[in-house]
Design a protein around this ligand. Structure first.
Ligand code: KIV
Length: 278
């Protein structure tokens, strides 16, 4: 379990039909715990915007914010592959802009790869990054940075035209050089077809059980999302409730004089020094 996770290792996992796990991480302690638990890929998602920074969605997230969080996550990781998520308008303006910003994730943030949203229309930019030595993870299906164009956070690829487009996008992105592909909110049978047709590992979120791996947003997974968690997520802990319970208990203890106690939580001064002060 101590072997460092690399891009070739992920490909080998697909070939060996060993499932891949990925979670988002935004800070040092969480990254350390997820890495220690054995999660293979940690993604500093632009979902840091709505889950940690209190924005309504991912759109306002800046490169500087992403780098700040990526550096924190880097400090917690020994084994997992670290992927930085390119925020809205950090890669769409020009190839030069995409290269410079992707490079920041690796040089400043300590990431080993970047992820960016979009299908065939992003192939040129992806291929440039890959040719310049920056590993890229693709992301198709529901791409939250295009939520307005997609008519909201909806399942993608339900009709023939959009399903064909997703199959096409997956092949084109594979040819452009992505090392892995996130499939978000896609019918499970379509995700299965895509997974069978590409050699790179697919990582599903709301894309059913036949993807090569699964990703969840960590705050959904641990029960720290304060908004509504999507239907496709699964909650493994109830951290928000636990934080609120602990805060209420602290408040009650302080108001009632139960905390701090002299015996357990306080420091002593000798009688002699005290006498002099008085
Ligand atoms: O930003 C994010 O959390 C993501 C995951 C949903 C894959 O892109």
């Amino acid at each position: 379990m101590d072997e460092k996770i690399t891009i070739p290792k992920l490909r080998a996992m697909k070939e060996a039909r060993e499932k891949i796990t990925m979670l988002t991480a935004y800070d040092w302690p969480t990254a350390l715990l997820l890495d220690r638990a054995g999660i293979e890929i940690l993604l500093v998602g632009d979902s840091v915007g709505n889950n940690i920074l209190g924005y309504a969605d991912t759109m306002p997230v800046t490169m500087d914010e992403m780098i700040h969080h990526t550096k924190a996550v880097r400090r917690g990781i020994k084994r997992a592959l670290l992927v930085g998520d390119m925020p809205f308008l950090s890669y769409q303006i020009s190839a030069e802009q995409a290269l410079a910003n992707a490079g920041r994730f690796l040089k400043e943030g300590g990431a080993e790869a970047v992820k960016l949203e979009g299908g065939a229309e992003m192939a040129d930019i992806i291929s440039l990054l890959v040719r310049r030595g920056i590993p890229v993870m693709g992301h198709i299906g529901l791409t939250p940075q295009r939520a307005a164009q997609l008519g909201g956070l909806k399942v993608q690829g339900r009709d023939e035209e959009t399903a064909q487009k997703l199959l096409h996008d997956a092949k084109i992105l594979e040819e452009a050089g992505v090392f892995s592909l996130v499939l978000e909110a896609v019918p499970w049978a379509l995700a299965k077809l895509i997974t069978e047709r590409v050699k790179i590992p697919t990582i599903g979120i709301g894309a059913g059980p036949y993807c090569d791996g699964q990703v969840l947003v960590v705050t959904d997974m641990i029960g720290l999302s304060l908004g509504i968690s999507p239907k496709f997520s699964k909650r493994y802990a109830h951290v928000a409730e636990e934080i609120e319970r602990a805060a209420k208990e602290f408040l009650h203890d302080v108001k009632s004089g139960r905390f701090p106690t002299i015996e357990e939580h306080s420091f002593k001064i000798s009688e002699e020094v005290l006498q002099k002060l008085q």
